[in-house]
Design a protein around this ligand. Structure first.
Ligand code: 13P
Length: 241
């Protein structure tokens, strides 16, 4: 069901005690008419769930394995994620694709597993600078969607468009650039048989309190996936855009 979502991806930041401290100070100011989701590192999930108890803020993890259990040292299963109190899972973040060999194929397996287990997959797509400069943005996004969502029944997925060149660089895509790709994503999902008008599509890449309002005014942008600014008090400004 399409709704506005403001999500904070903490990446490899905040220990459990730092998560408790931060969320205890901001939790009472995080209630919003929009869905708010925090993605802490695994070991800080329990602290985040505890600190957010009694609020409407949801918690998710930044990755998970597609198998149910077994000899996969260092990995975490969907059942573990669910039991820890999470409702969301980020899948295919560009940092996972770049540093941890995540592929469209593993994204696809993870999306299927998440949906089968009742977790909401937030699937990340996005082109890098070279691809944008070579005019390959739409080709890259179309491939990531087609392969990542292959044989996925139209269901509750959330898509996050994160141009790699805008992540952590302070270089936000313009509202028009972000809108153009989010509209393309919606059109592609529709062509793939999804009820695209009902899917939430978020933008991510150097989102801050100062640029969220105009991004959210774009017709195909239903929210933001925030990195650096989600670690600070500015996240409250973003939620209250
Ligand atoms: P920044 O907001 O730090 O650019 O990170 C975006 C991101 O990668 C969120 O997943």
């Amino acid at each position: 069901m399409r709704k506005n979502i403001i999500a904070g991806n903490w990446k490899m930041n905040k220990t459990a005690s730092q998560a408790s401290e931060f969320l205890s100070s901001v939790a009472s100011r995080m209630d919003s008419k929009d869905e708010v989701v925090i993605f802490p590192p695994y070991l800080s999930v329990a602290a985040a769930v505890a600190a957010l108890k009694g609020t409407k803020v949801k918690v998710g993890v930044q990755n998970m394995h597609f198998e149910d259990a077994g000899a996969f040292t260092g990995e975490v299963s969907a059942d573990m994620v669910l039991e820890s109190g999470c409702e969301y899972v980020l899948i295919g973040h560009s940092e996972r694709r770049k540093y941890f060999a995540e592929t469209d194929e593993t994204v696809n397996l993870k999306v299927k597993k998440a949906l089968a287990k009742g977790l909401i997959p937030m699937v990340c797509v996005g082109e890098d600078l070279e691809e944008r400069e070579k005019d390959l943005t739409f080709d890259v996004i179309a491939r990531q969607l087609r392969r990542g969502l292959e044989d996925v029944a139209p269901a509750s997925v959330v898509i996050a468009y994160e141009p790699v060149w805008a992540i952590g660089t302070g270089k936000t895509a313009t509202d028009e650039q972000a809108q153009e790709v989010c509209a393309f994503i919606r059109k592609s999902l529709s062509e793939m048989g999804f009820d695209a008008a009902e899917i939430s599509i978020l933008y991510g890449g150097s989102v801050k309190g100062s640029n969220i309002t105009s991004l959210m005014s774009m017709p195909d942008i239903d929210g933001a996936l925030v990195g650096g600014a989600a670690l600070t008090e500015d996240f409250i400004n973003i939620i209250n855009y």
